[in-house]
Each structure stands twice: as structure tokens, then as C-alpha cells.
Design a binder for this molecule. Structure first.
Ligand SMILES: Cc1cc2nc3c(=O)[nH]c(=O)nc-3n(C[C@H](O)[C@H](O)[C@H](O)COP(=O)(O)O)c2cc1C
Length: 194
């Protein structure tokens, strides 16, 4: 699928049909996430795949989000901050969150590309989810990604996104206009350089 369409197609789904999702698709998405940028190229992400419907129901209850139980597969995205913190101090922890976010987005985009649906779930109590899955204390759970085939009859309105001129400043903070003195560059996308 064309890149822009995949990005725009991705949305948070919170209702799924009973059709099961193959774990192989989750591995395809995780494989791509492993190609994300990583500070110093240190990838300390771990992914827990959960297919057991009893465990999925349990996580759904622990997160207090009943719709999660409709999904047939979960990916828990986890990070170990230790190494990046040792290398970069407090900043290392920031890097950990940032690179997990970038990997999560890659997973969500690949799932959309495969016509699967998901939602980035961040609202849950780390402690009880860690305890129930045997995740060590020092590991961060970055997100829970419930995956399924969306039940489109229950999907809500697509959320509106901000227009470009609400988010872009030019040259300095809070300047919404591009200075006219700047010279124009070519408009055509560059060809790949060797
Ligand atoms: C860090 C983060 C945490 C989120 N946590 C939840 C969550 O716990 N439950 C949920 O239903 N959606 C959650 N979302 C999804 C957002 O609600 C959703 O992305 C937003 O409403 C925009 O909709 P869209 O994803 O369809 O573009 C989370 C998203 C992010 C980025």
C-alpha cells in the first residue's frame, strides 16, 4: 500500500470481530519495528505476544478496558532502560520512551498495511500487569497493543487531526509565516543518491 494511505488509514480500533489474527503478522510488524532508529543503536525492546484468550481477558480487566477482550492477540511492548541510563544518564530514560514510541508506530502502521486493526493502550496499572505476566520490576511496559479485524459496524467517527498551519512554526517559536527572504528550493522529491 502507498505510504501516505497507510499512515492515514491507521486509526484506533476498539471493537473486533471473532476472526483470529495469526501471530505471524505480529512477528512481521515486530521485525519492521526492529529497524527503527535507536539511540546509539541500542535496542533494548522486548515484545510479549499473548494469544491465550483467558490471559487477554485478564489484561482487559486489569486495564479496566473491556473492549480489549474482543481482540485475539496482544503485543506488549517493553523496554529495559538500564543500559541507556548507564550510557546517557537521565537522558537515557527519555531516549527509551522515544524509541519505544517510534517502534510502536511502526508496528501500528504495518498492522494497518496488513488490513489489521489495533490501538495504542497506555492506561493500565504497570504493577499489576507486571505481576500477572512475571515481568521484572525494572522493565517498563510501554504499551499494550490489542490486535484484531475491526468490527466496522461499531467503529466510531475518525478523530479530526490538526491542520498543518496549527503545528508549524518558521525559524523561531510562534512564528506562523515563512520569511519571504528565504530562497526557494526545488519542489520535486529528490532522487535517491548513491
Ligand atoms: C501514549 C498513548 C496512550 C494511549 N492510551 C489509550 C488507552 O489506554 N485506551 C484507548 O482506548 N486509547 C488509548 N490511546 C489511543 C488514543 O486515544 C488515540 O490515538 C487518539 O484518540 C487518536 O485517535 P487515532 O489513533 O484513531 O488517530 C493512547 C494513545 C497514546 C499515543
Amino acid at each position: 500500500m502507498e505510504f501516505d494511505s497507510v499512515v492515514k488509514k491507521r486509526h484506533s480500533a476498539r471493537s473486533f470481530s471473532k476472526r483470529k489474527v495469526s501471530w505471524k503478522f505480529a512477528l512481521d510488524a515486530i521485525e519492521l519495528a526492529n529497524h527503527s532508529p535507536f539511540a546509539g543503536n541500542h535496542n533494548h525492546l522486548k515484545f510479549i505476544l499473548i494469544e491465550d484468550s483467558k490471559t487477554i481477558s485478564k489484561i482487559s480487566k486489569l486495564a479496566d478496558q473491556p473492549w480489549i477482550a474482543e481482540s485475539s492477540l496482544l503485543i506488549l511492548v517493553c523496554s529495559d532502560d538500564t543500559h541507556l541510563e548507564n550510557l546517557y544518564g537521565e537522558r537515557g530514560r527519555v531516549y527509551s520512551r522515544q524509541q519505544a514510541g517510534s517502534a510502536i508506530q511502526t508496528i501500528l502502521l504495518k498492522l494497518a498495511d496488513l488490513n489489521l486493526s489495533s490501538c495504542w493502550v497506555g492506561a493500565f496499572s504497570d504493577e499489576i500487569v507486571k505481576e500477572s505476566l512475571g515481568i521484572p520490576q525494572h522493565i517498563q511496559i510501554e504499551a499494550i497493543l490489542p490486535i484484531g479485524y475491526e468490527n466496522k459496524s461499531h467503529s466510531g467517527k475518525k478523530p479530526r487531526k490538526k491542520a498543518l498551519d496549527n503545528v508549524v512554526f518558521w525559524e523561531k517559536w510562534d512564528n506562523g509565516n515563512r520569511p519571504t527572504l528565504l530562497t526557494e528550493s526545488e519542489d520535486l522529491p529528490p532522487k535517491e543518491e548513491n
